[in-house]
Design a binder for this molecule. Structure first.
Ligand code: ADP
Ligand code: MG
Length: 283
């Protein structure tokens, strides 16, 4: 039975309730999702198959404001390989966040296609989108988007409370809490689990947001300027953490940044200029 408490907690910027819909293709694929493969060069010069897991084709998006159309994405092609860190690099206003939101099904394109693991995700029903996000996706943002009245631990538990529903959650509370504490320790926040966001530094808040994004064990992490509000030292340590998480569990990461030196630390860079991808490079 789905509890009404879980429904009330729905927030598309967090996670959404799992429903048992019929679209089996949207169930969580295993690590290293097999899609149409593509050979790409590796630093060792070995040629190994790296399937593209997330793809956008000819994506167009405009916002409408006061009967006025603001074109943002003007035929954008994008791909990110499974298990890699891909940067979307561009100046402010170039459409990076818009593209990331479309990739994360938080918004829909006017035209074009977006697919994940070979399945279209741009034309899903609301229910299927919620399910996709809940099963496959974690998101982090420049300003963390933590709930201010909750502790780090409670913030991390929210996606599981939503996913499990209140009754099941309370039945498995001890186990679930143990998982959340373990994850907070993994991201270096074991000493701050009972702190509220205002009692944490920016770097600590981003670590809590990363733990919240990963508690549902997603395959794909979308990050919008995750170090944009941090000083260099804290930004560096968040980047190192993301790289560790990427290597440890084959987590695919797509990260938006306006900073070329940050993009250079990823495996691939998608250069966005005025709503178009002008270049894709490998680092
Ligand atoms: P970036 O993340 O690269 O800085 P965005 O994707 O946020 O760029 O925005 C691209 C352009 O779209 C900007 O010019 C911005 O002002 C405009 N824009 C973004 N969101 C909206 C919106 N909801 N309504 C109208 N215009 C928007
Ligand atoms: Mg942005």
């Amino acid at each position: 039975m789905e509890s009404s408490g879980a429904t009330k907690l729905q927030d598309s910027s967090l996670q959404n309730p799992v429903d048992q819909g019929s679209n089996a293709a949207l169930n969580r694929p295993r690590r290293r999702t097999q899609t149409s493969g593509e050979l790409q060069s590796q630093p060792t010069n070995l040629r190994v198959a790296r399937p593209q897991v997330l793809e956008a084709k000819h994506v167009v998006k405009a916002y409408r404001k006061n009967n006025h159309e603001v074109p943002v994405l003007r035929g954008c092609d994008f791909e990110a390989a499974s298990g890699q860190m891909t940067a979307i690099l561009g100046q402010s206003g170039s459409g990076k966040s818009t593209l990331l939101h479309l990739l994360g099904t938080l918004d829909v394109p006017d035209s074009g296609e977006i697919s994940y693991a070979g399945q279209r995700i741009d034309n899903l029903s609301r229910r299927e989108r919620d399910k996709f996000r809940n099963a496959q996706l974690g998101m982090i943002f420049q300003f963390y988007h933590l709930l201010p009245e909750l502790t780090a631990l409670q913030n991390v538990l929210i996606p599981l409370l939503i996913r499990e529903g209140v009754l099941s959650y309370f039945g498995r509370r001890k186990e679930i809490r143990g998982q959340a504490v373990e994850l907070l320790e993994r991201v270096g926040l074991g000493h701050r689990i009972h702190h509220k966001p205002r009692e944490m530094s920016g770097g600590e808040m981003q670590r809590a947001a990363i733990a919240r994004a990963l508690i549902s064990e997603p395959e794909l992490l979308l990050a919008d300027e995750p170090t944009g509000n941090l000083d260099r030292e804290n930004g560096d340590s968040i980047l190192r953490l993301l790289r560790e998480l990427n290597s440890e569990s084959d987590l695919t990461i797509v990260m938006v940044t306006h900073d070329e030196s940050i993009a250079q630390r990823c495996d691939a860079i998608v250069h966005l200029e005025d709503g178009r991808v002008v270049e894709q490079t490998r680092c």
